[in-house]
Design a binder for this molecule. Structure first.
Ligand code: HDD
Length: 755
């Protein structure tokens, strides 16, 4: 067809063959009868395919708006067919000898349909199995041009991207809001090849050497006998390992902080973790750490909320990402770099840049913005895109190079290897989501699931039979050339440098940088997790690790466990806190935050209508919650109910507005509980509304009410005049006050420590 350039080239080649005999590989150019025996020296285009060998379309469908282009859809034609394209007249009945007779083996459709179904699943990722992804675009600010020649980071280049967020420990079907590290992997489809930034939402890692990766993962995964617990770190094997292996202390402390229970993928930071080496056009090198900064700020759930969501909406993060993109509220992150001189020691202010358990505080090396990521399209097919996407930290482009971080070295091996078993062979780069947007001319051939129809006779170099193709590039033609860093003469050894043995000063730095409420959450998390361990020795060792971070942290957790607090066994060196590590103390945009509006027929429905519109105008999401579905009849336009008391739960929204005091619902649950009454008082408010209010209050959410809402607040035990509880004389005024509170994400004073 005219659309396919390869078919056009094939046709041309066929014409040439007819008129002039064999060609030497340049379409239209008459050839010598026999190929030259010398290896050609001039690069030229590869040989055209033979007439019947046009390869499948090689343009990647990634990055296009979903569903916009029919040619990217696997299905064509209006009729159901077999995989071979024969039309079918029935797909509901097996072929049988008579109506009640045996099924015949010759039923090809039956066998093909069942066989394909039997093989629908592929092995899930050994880690990061649970994930959600989106397409988007990365726009460079051009500010990185001084430090890198990578074209997608210079000028104002726009690069299509695919981003996959994930948890680490859980299986593919596990819940979203478990306490865990989150993966943040970005595939940049640049014109110079694909660059993958395979990071996490935590800037440090559990181990300093990749050889220990199977150990940490075996410890974190469910116990091998009963295969429990799923997607949890609160169990003996995890704590056994991380307390024996104290280089895990820093990452574990982040896991016990609010960072490990994000409010949304949209409100997470991302980190490249390792130190990378950038190379500019002059060949000068700079060491860098990559950071993703969410435009909406860094926000978390509270632990009880996260636990409830795991039951109420296990797809909470996945749904949130897809809904936001579908609604046009495209999440954005700025990519930033911290830069350090590429010195022989590879340290900065005494911090070893090759140690992936260390951060460099932003106060010492500011994060400099270099571009903006916008996620603007949901995948069209979860399996084809989100499941089959294959990231690799070794997918690099000219201008971005690696360092000798021993954790990174093992990753460079692991990711390619894992795809071969997960995606069934070495040709996973040909899957649509994995196809590079740069021209490919490799000499990899054949293998499982080969979809390309390669042409040419000589997939080897040097050759003369294919006109010497493909040719090698040089520095001036965009080759990826490794930085010629000096490798010191050394002795082979299995040892880490002395600087890698400081396991506590940076955890102390993190702890001391937290606000009181964040510390309270960390204490609660350690008390919960160690409290779930059965082995006394593990709990005691856990406390020893905490004593080496900070005595107060250790004492508080020890009290919760009912154990004595041990003394530190390392000197408690002084550290300068890094305020940038705290999530508190900022005011953030409110895009996409959810406001629950609770009411019933007797509520101020005019007010509800006005508030709903105002919430939408502010770029937030209103959720009208009433006793039953359908519409609430108001004078004028009826109000559409989005959730009922039976389907809503407080964890779905970030703040709640109460338009009146909704009476007991008429369904069994509401009526029964209302009749039962509460301590002899007449139940005037639906018990499920009382639950919503008390949860919202406990979880530090802003609460506003008008039109008689005080009765419900009273009944729910929400103290009038408590921080973040406002009653007003109109919906507009209540919303205005709640919105102001929501800018700080939560009412931190509620947690008792005053933020
Ligand atoms: Fe890894 C997946 C991030 C260390 C081996 N890793 C994986 C994913 C992310 C990370 C985000 C999911 C990618 C996706 O969405 O498909 N991993 C990290 C970070 C690390 C890290 C930030 C430390 C700085 N990983 C690490 C080590 C090893 C691996 C040390 C092995 C030696 N990681 C893998 C893997 C996975 C993987 C087994 C599973 C699925 C995959 O690669 O494609 O190869």
């Amino acid at each position: 067809s005219e659309k396919n350039p390869l078919k056009a080239a094939a046709q041309k080649a066929a014409d040439v063959l007819r008129e002039d005999g064999p060609t030497d590989g340049v379409p239209g150019k008459p050839a010598a009868q026999t190929p030259s025996v010398a290896e050609p020296t001039e690069p030229h285009a590869p040989l055209p395919p033979k007439p019947d060998q046009a390869a499948p379309e090689t343009v990647s469908p990634t990055g296009r708006p979903t569903g916009a282009d029919q040619s990217t859809n696997a299905q064509g034609d209006a009729y159901l067919t077999t995989a071979q394209g024969a039309r079918l007249y029935d797909t509901d009945h097996s072929l049988k000898a008579g109506e009640r007779g045996p099924v015949l083996l010759q039923d090809h459709h039956l066998r093909e349909k069942i066989t394909h179904f039997d093989h629908e699943r592929i092995p899930e990722r050994v880690v990061h199995a649970r994930g959600a992804a989106a397409h988007g675009v990365f726009r460079s600010y051009g500010t990185a041009a001084k430090v890198t020649k990578a074209a997608f980071l210079t000028g104002e280049a726009e690069t299509p991207v695919f981003v996959r967020f994930s948890t680490v420990l859980g299986s593919r079907g596990s819940s979203d809001t478990v306490r865990d590290t989150r993966g943040f992997a970005t595939k940049f489809y640049t014109g110079e090849g694909t660059f993958d930034l395979v990071g996490n939402n935590i800037p440090v890692f559990f181990i300093q050497d990749a050889v220990k990766f199977p150990d940490i993962i075996h410890a974190g995964k469910p116990h091998p006998d009963r295969e429990i617990p799923q997607a949890q770190s609160a169990h003996d094997t995890f704590w056994d390992f991380v307390t024996l292996h104290t280089e895990a202390t820093h990452h574990t402390l982040w896991n016990m902080s609010d960072r490990a229970i994000p409010r949304s993928f949209r409100t997470m930071e991302g980190f490249g973790v390792h130190t990378f080496r950038l190379v500019n056009a002059e060949g000068a090198t700079t060491l860098v750490k990559f950071h993703w900064k969410p435009k909406l700020g860094v926000h978390s759930l509270v632990w009880e909320e996260a636990q409830l969501i795991n039951g109420i909406d296990p797809d909470f993060h996945r749904r949130d990402l897809a809904d936001a993109i579908e609604a046009g509220a495209y999440p954005q992150w700025e990519l930033g770099i911290q830069t350090f001189p590429d010195s022989a020691e590879q340290t900065f202010e005494g911090i070893d840049l090759l140690d992936p358990t260390k951060i460099v505080p932003e106060e010492l090396a500011p994060v400099q913005p270099v571009g903006l990521l916008t996620l603007n399209a949901n995948p069209s097919n979860f399996f084809a895109e989100t499941e089959q996407v294959a990231f690799h930290p070794g997918h690099l482009v000219p201008g971005i190079d690696i360092t000798d971080d021993p954790l990174l070295a093992g990753r460079l091996f692991s990711y390619l290897d894992t795809q071969i078993s997960r995606l069934g062979g070495p040709n996973f780069a040909q899957l649509p989501v994995n196809r590079t947007h740069a021209p490919v001319n490799d000499m990899h051939r054949d293998g499982m699931h080969q979809t390309a129809v390669h042409t040419g006779a000589a997939p080897y170099r040097p050759n003369s039979l294919d006109g010497g193709c493909p040719f090698l590039a040089g520095a001036d033609t965009g080759a990826y050339i490794e930085t010629p860093v000096e490798v010191p003469t050394a002795r082979k050894q299995r040892e880490a440098p002395a600087s890698f043995s400081d396991h506590f000063s940076q955890p102390r730095l993190f702890w001391r940088s937290m606000s009181p409420v964040e510390r309270e959450h960390i204490i609660a998390a350690y008390t919960f997790e160690l409290g779930k361990c059965y082995e006394q020795a593990v709990k005691e060792r856990g406390l020893q690790v905490l004593a080496n971070i900070d005595p107060e942290l250790c004492e508080q957790v020890a009290t919760g466990l009912g154990l004595p607090a041990p003394e530190a066994t390392v000197p408690l060196t002084a550290v300068d806190p890094s305020p940038a590590l705290s999530q508190l103390g900022h005011t953030w945009p409110l895009d996409g935050r959810v406001i629950g509006i609770v009411t019933d027929e007797r509520g101020d429905l005019d007010g509800v209508r006005t508030v709903r519109r105002a919430v939408l105008d502010a770029g937030m999401v209103p959720l009208v919650i009433a006793p039953a579905g359908g519409k609430l009849d108001a004078e004028g336009e009826p109000v559409q109910v989005q959730r009922t008391f039976a389907t809503a739960r407080s964890v779905e929204y970030d703040a709640v507005l109460l338009a009146g005091a909704p009476g007991p619902g008429s369904d069994a649950y509401g009526a029964r509980d209302a009749k039962a009454g509460d301590a002899g008082t007449e139940a005037t408010t639906d018990p499920r509304v009382l639950l919503m209010l008390s949860e919202a209050y406990r979880h530090g959410k802003a609460i506003g009410g008008w039109a008689g809402a005080e009765t419900a607040l009273d009944a729910a035990g929400v103290p009038a005049g408590a921080p973040g509880v406002v009653t007003a004389n109109s919906g507009t005024s209540a919303l205005e006050q709640v919105t102001r509170l929501l800018g700080e994400h939560r009412v931190w004073e509620r947690f008792g420590t005053g933020g």
